[in-house]
Structure formats: structure tokens, C-alpha cells
Design a protein around this ligand. Structure first.
Ligand code: UDX
Ligand code: ADP
Length: 460
């Protein structure tokens, strides 16, 4: 087994940043350098003021404070970091393709390929290359081919080590993972990586598989998790038309130990950078092998999720007397889940877009998302001009401004602080009847109705 003294991680994002910070914290004898082509991002990681780190994750700033400048470094000098490391993690983004073959379905691997070519150009000594980003099955083969055909005849071992952390709990998930998965062909390379994790993870939790099982396990884990949410959301629609309550149904089925209680929260729809992308990937791969029944089966998880988002805005419009034109709707939350500033694929974006198409005026308050981000997210959909988005969607710096004179509140993210607001005060300053559409089922129906609100939740 090769002892690793220097690690380079390409990509200083939601995966690379927290993962490397935790590796550095638990391996003081290893120098970890995170590099990125985005100089602003690297500058933010190096900012003296830890509240300016580019990623918000509970507990992350403390670990960065403890390790930065000691054995954790952030840099834009990619070549030097590759050259001086024995192990290189690839943690760049792999968005869904927006052009050409596989558009809207397949993963865009251009960033991964650029990384592989960069490593091949620079490497003068043997390297272990670790895939950290979520990738379609058999990506390792592409990386291997590029490295072996363009490199300076040095030896490259490719490992797949998918990340299972969830945003908002990244540090916790990294510190006590359910399992660490390492796929590869070289037992020696696998051991070198396992050894790094053994600094804080017990050996029985470190699972070793072949490369392809590891890649496919990551996609499958995300597909199963997303499927649970679509399943409970499908039942939530039925609950709304019957006397059943989705929270009661979820509790009742969750107590069956075979089903389990986690990931059964009905919501306005799942978001995040992984679920939709990974399922689309799975669907694309299945179709490319002509497995149409398999592809259709998993695609239904996405179809249900889109339906849930649409259904939420349709219900809001219908309840507000079939029109939201010129009405103010206050959005609480824009992030795809609580405790993160990440908004990728957030249900809020799609619901807002639909409501703006119906000429609503939206005021957003999210504790961690900036006004610029809200506009960028909307503009990305290309539904109307940037000026029109600016005219229809504003961002408030506190919740009470966002909800003042609003016809309805839409709760889009389950931030804990929303539960503690002065809902009497909010009610007083809203238009009457004052409606709440709780897309996360975080408020108490009875309490809200006692205050005077007309309260609508998911599956109740
Ligand atoms: C997910 C996986 O959990 C993680 O293992 C993988 O590494 C990356 O993808 P993440 O996207 O960060 O993590 O968040 P997650 O907690 O899984 O939530 C995803 C979405 O599902 C969020 O929009 C969340 O609000 C929603 N959700 C989750 C529900 O609507 N109901 C639930 O019961 C759980
Ligand atoms: P994830 O959620 O997968 O971590 P992010 O988008 O948060 O995704 O982070 C990926 C990072 O990878 C971005 O900061 C991006 O600038 C960086 N990146 C993409 N391609 C390259 C490359 N070829 N070299 C260095 N960094 C890259």
C-alpha cells in the first residue's frame, strides 16, 4: 500500500470542499490542496471572514478554521497541485446536458474529461485518480482511456469513491458515514484510500467493490431515495381528496421496520443537484441498452415530482379564486432544503415561474439565498425577459417585509426559523382572507386556523 502524503482535489464545490476539509481534519499528516478554475470561489474559501465561505454547511467553518493554512489549502494553481500529489480526487460538476445527443437526460462529462486531460498533461509520477463526482456507469473507463492514451507513461489507478453526503448535514454525514464505498481494480490503490478513511471511519463500514458496482450503487441509492419521496407525494394527492392525512399515513407505514421512517416527508417536490440528474442518467443508460421498461419505471419518479410541483401552484391559483394576476405571494424559502444556500433544482424556482406566468408578484425571503441567485435561477429557465423577472420577483431581507400585504404565503423550504415567526403579526399585515400554502408541512394547522389563516398543507 502506498502511503499518501499529498492529496489534490479538483473542484472546490459542495462535494469537494466539505469532503476534503473532513479528510484534512482527520489526517493531519496529509497535505490536502483543493483547486478550482473559479478564482472567485477559491478567494472566498481563503477569506479571513469565515462567514464568506462559498458554501454554507453547519460545522464547516469550524473545520476550515482548524485546518486551513496547516494541512488544508485552497488554490487556483491546478498544475502544481496535480504534480505534487500522489492521489487526485475529481469533484467537478456533472450537470445534465443542455445540448446535442442526450440533451436533458445524459450527464455532461466535459468537465470530467478536461480534468482527466489536465492530469494526463501534468503528471510525471504515478497517481491514484479518484472519481468523487456522481457519474454515469462506466465513466471510469473513459477517464482511464484518456489517462492511458495521453499521459507521460506514468501509472494511473482509477478508483470510484462516490459521495453520499447530503447538503445541510454534510459535515455530520462525512464524520459518521453509514458506509464508505470504494470501487476499483487495484487492491493496493483501494487500500491506500481506505487507509485515509480508517483515520476516523471503522473498517467494517468501508466497502470495497468493483468499479462498476461502485458507480452504479451511487445512482441506485439516489434513485431509491427519490422514489420514496415521489411515492409519498403520490399518496399525498389522494389524501387531499379523502379524509386521510399524509403525516398519519407516513407515520403508520414508517413504523414497519421493513419500510422505515426516513425520507417519507411529503413536500412540494424534491430538488437538489443529484436526484433528478442521477435518475435521468439511469433512464438514459437503461434506454441506451434498450431496457425501455426499466427506463420507464425510473422516469416515473421524475414525472411524479414534476406533477407535485405543478399541482402545488395549481392549487394555490385555484384557491385564490382562480387568479393570481397582480396579487402578491410571499415565498418563505428558496433553497432546495433547509440549512443550505444551494438552490439547484429547487421546487421554489418552478413554482415561482408558473405563478409569474399567471402574472403574480412574488416576494421571496430565504435566510441564506441572495437576490442575485433568485434572479439567476429564474433567468436560467428562459421563460421571459430578465426585466420581467425583476419586475415580478423581488427579494426581501426579512420575512415580515416579504409577507406584508401578501394575499398568500407559500412555504417552499423547511427552515426551522419559519416555525418561530410571529404568525399573529404576519396575519395582521396580510390581505384577507389570508392563505398559507405549506409546501413542507411545518406549521400546525390548528394553530394557524385559530389565528385566522386559511391553511393548506400537502396531503391534508
Ligand atoms: C442527496 C442524497 O441524500 C445524498 O446521499 C447524495 O449524496 C446527494 O443527493 P441532497 O440532495 O443534498 O442529498 O439532499 P436530500 O436530503 O437527499 O434531499 C433532496 C430533496 O428531497 C430535497 O429537496 C428535500 O427537501 C427533499 N425531501 C427529502 C423530501 O421532499 N422529503 C423527504 O422525506 C426527504
Ligand atoms: P458539486 O455539487 O458536484 O460539488 P459544484 O458546482 O458545487 O458541484 O462544484 C464543482 C466545482 O468544480 C466548481 O467550483 C467548478 O468551478 C469546478 N470545476 C469544474 N471544472 C473544473 C476543471 N476542469 N478544473 C478545475 N475546477 C473545475
Amino acid at each position: 500500500m502506498k502511503l499518501i502524503k499529498n492529496i489534490c482535489c479538483i473542484g472546490a464545490g459542495y462535494v469537494g470542499g466539505p469532503t476534503m476539509a473532513v479528510i484534512a481534519k482527520n489526517n493531519p499528516h496529509i497535505n490536502v490542496t483543493i483547486v478550482d478554475i473559479n478564482a472567485d470561489r477559491i478567494a472566498a474559501w481563503n477569506d479571513e471572514d469565515l462567514s464568506k465561505l462559498p458554501i454554507y454547511e453547519p460545522g464547516l467553518a469550524d473545520i476550515v478554521k482548524e485546518t486551513r493554512g496547516k494541512n488544508l489549502f485552497f488554490s487556483t494553481d491546478i498544475d502544481t497541485a496535480i504534480d505534487t500529489s500522489e492521489m487526485i480526487f475529481i469533484s467537478v460538476n456533472t450537470p445534465t446536458k443542455t445540448y446535442g445527443k442526450g440533451k436533458g437526460m445524459a450527464a455532461d462529462l466535459k468537465y470530467i474529461e478536461l480534468c482527466a486531460r489536465n492530469i494526463a498533461d501534468v503528471a510525471k509520477t504515478d497517481k491514484i485518480v479518484v472519481e468523487k463526482s456522481t457519474l454515469p456507469v462506466r465513466t471510469a473507463e473513459a477517464i482511464k482511456s484518456i489517462l492511458h492514451n495521453t499521459g507521460n507513461h506514468v501509472k494511473f489507478d482509477i478508483l470510484s469513491n462516490p459521495e453520499f453526503l447530503a447538503e445541510g448535514t454534510a459535515v455530520e454525514d462525512l464524520l459518521s458515514p453509514d458506509r464508505v464505498l470504494i470501487g476499483g481494480e487495484s487492491e493496493e490503490a483501494i487500500e491506500s484510500l481506505a487507509n485515509i478513511y480508517r483515520s476516523w471511519v471503522s473498517p467494517e463500514k468501508i466497502l470495497k467493490t468493483n468499479l462498476w458496482s461502485s458507480e452504479l450503487s451511487k445512482l441506485t441509492a439516489n434513485a431509491f431515495l427519490a422514489q420514496r419521496i415521489s411515492s409519498i407525494n403520490a399518496i399525498s394527492e389522494l389524501c387531499e381528496l379523502t379524509e386521510a392525512n399524509i403525516n398519519e399515513v407516513a407515520k403508520a407505514i414508517g413504523m414497519d421496520s421493513r419500510i422505515g421512517s426516513k425520507f417519507l416527508k411529503a413536500s412540494v417536490g424534491f430538488g437538489g443537484s443529484c436526484f433528478q440528474k442521477d435518475i435521468l442518467n439511469l433512464v438514459y443508460i437503461a434506454r441506451s441498452y434498450n431496457l425501455h421498461a426499466v427506463a420507464d419505471y425510473w422516469e416515473q419518479v421524475i414525472i411524479m415530482n414534476d406533477h407535485q410541483k405543478r399541482r402545488f401552484s395549481d392549487r394555490l391559483i385555484k384557491t385564490l379564486y382562480n387568479t393570481v394576476s397582480g396579487k402578491k405571494i410571499g415565498f418563505l424559502g428558496w433553497a432546495f432544503k433547509k440549512d443550505t444556500n444551494d438552490t439547484r433544482e429547487s421546487a421554489a424556482i418552478y413554482v415561482a415561474d408558473h405563478l409569474v406566468s399567471e402574472q403574480a408578484h412574488i416576494a421571496v425571503y430565504d435566510p441564506k439565498v441572495s437576490a442575485v441567485k433568485v434572479q439567476t435561477d429564474l433567468n436560467y429557465l428562459n421563460s421571459r425577459s430578465e426585466e420581467d423577472n425583476l419586475k415580478h420577483v423581488v427579494t426581501a431581507t426579512n420575512p415580515y417585509d416579504a409577507l406584508k400585504d401578501a394575499h398568500a404565503v407559500a412555504i417552499m423550504t423547511e427552515w426551522d426559523e419559519f416555525k418561530t415567526y410571529d404568525w399573529h403579526k404576519i396575519y395582521t399585515h396580510m390581505k384577507k382572507p389570508a392563505f398559507i400554502f405549506d409546501g413542507r408541512n411545518i406549521l400546525d394547522k390548528h394553530t394557524m386556523e385559530t389565528i385566522g389563516f386559511e391553511y393548506y398543507a400537502i396531503g391534508q
